[in-house]
Design a protein around this ligand. Structure first.
Ligand code: SAM
Length: 331
């Protein structure tokens, strides 16, 4: 007998126990071992389903390499400096950081650990003296920097809605057409909300805040750097639910509930919910990239392009690409 599909398993669970938490549905849709989006080949990249900063081109990795050098120097240039990159995807950032060959790597101090939950993506990880690939960080004895690009906005989340007098949880049930959001129990007012019109919906990022707390508990001295789509709760309220996006093969998917496992599901992270667990500095990606030298790298590219444009060789094309990549990364 054929194994039940993910959709059938979710339907059976709802029929037996009633509507399930949105976070349970999203976690299964993204990470179910047999049919979750990331178990069945979904990934970042031009040939994948969505573009992320490391996939734009090598410039992002060059800036992160500068950042790693700065953090290594601030730490007193130890002999061993471990960066754990969580949600490493197919390993593109590890490749570009290694190619940038910063001072920490040249001193043989850098250990870049790609932490990736998806088996199919771990199989694509590059190998090298400074690289390791693991499914989680349990085996790591030391971590100096916890780094994650677009991980928190890709972890499961719940959804709450403002009723007439208080907030309540939405859950996933079924109706005649398929999976549908249905009302659940009353719940606390989300962090960052003063007032909100009846019917407003917001994400609650329990798995993401748990992930941050767990990294802090395990590696209390590590620097924690996360880059995600994020916004203040007041801005999310104005988007009327448009803080959730689903993608397949670079196309937006309108009904993210329709076909679990067949699309990526991602949200804008509400900054106050991170602040509520004591996350200290929140800044834009452009500020981060500028602090670690993106402008100088782009200037270098501009000079190289001006000097070699007439030749039109690989050097010229790489230099020009740096200019276009900067446009995308600083947007
Ligand atoms: C949006 S992708 C980002 C990939 C890459 N960081 C990039 O920017 O291109 C999120 C990745 O996080 C992985 N992931 C999700 N939860 C994880 C976890 N708890 N530990 C490690 N990786 C995880 C997913 O499998 C997926 O590859």
């Amino acid at each position: 007998m054929a194994a039940a599909s993910l959709a059938d398993r979710l339907r059976a669970r709802i029929a037996a126990d009633g509507p399930i938490a949105v976070s349970d549905f999203v976690d299964a849709a993204l990470y179910d071992e047999a049919e979750g989006f990331y178990a069945t080949g979904g990934q970042a990249g031009r040939r994948g389903d969505f573009i992320t900063a490391p996939e734009v081109g090598p410039l992002f990795g060059a800036v992160v390499s500068n950042a790693v050098d700065a953090w290594w120097r601030e730490a007193g240039e130890p002999d061993r400096f471990v960066v754990a990159e969580h949600g490493a995807g197919p390993g593109t950032l590890a490749r570009t950081v290694t190619a940038a060959a910063g001072a920490c790597l040249r001193a043989d101090a850098l250990e870049w650990v790609m932490v990736e939950r998806s088996d199919s993506q771990r199989l694509q990880h590059p190998e090298g003296d400074h690289l390791r690939s693991v499914v989680d960080d349990h085996s790591l004895d030391r971590v100096d920097v916890v780094f994650a690009n677009e991980l928190l906005d890709n972890l499961a989340f719940d959804i709450v809605q403002r009723g007439d007098s208080s907030w309540f949880e939405l859950r996933v049930g079924t109706d005649d057409t398929g999976f549908a959001l249905v009302g659940g129990s009353p719940t606390a007012t989300p962090a960052g909300v003063d007032d909100a019109p009846t019917g407003s919906v917001l994400p609650v990022i329990g798995p993401a805040t748990d992930w941050v707390s767990e990294r802090r508990r395990r590696f209390p001295k590590a620097l924690l750097i996360v880059l995600d789509y994020a916004a203040a709760t007041s801005a999310l309220l104005e988007r009327e639910g448009e803080w959730l996006r689903a993608y397949r093969g670079h196309d937006r998917v309108v009904d993210w509930l329709a076909d679990p496992g067949r699309c990526d599901i991602t949200i804008d992270v509400p900054t106050e919910q991170l602040a509520a667990i004591g996350s200290p500095i929140i800044e834009t990606q452009a500020t981060f990239l500028r602090r670690y030298g993106i402008d100088a790298l782009v200037e270098e590219g501009r000079h190289a392009w001006e000097a070699s444009a007439h030749v039109g060789d690989l050097v010229a094309l790489r230099a020009r690409s740096r200019l276009t990549e900067a446009g995308a990364l600083l947007d």
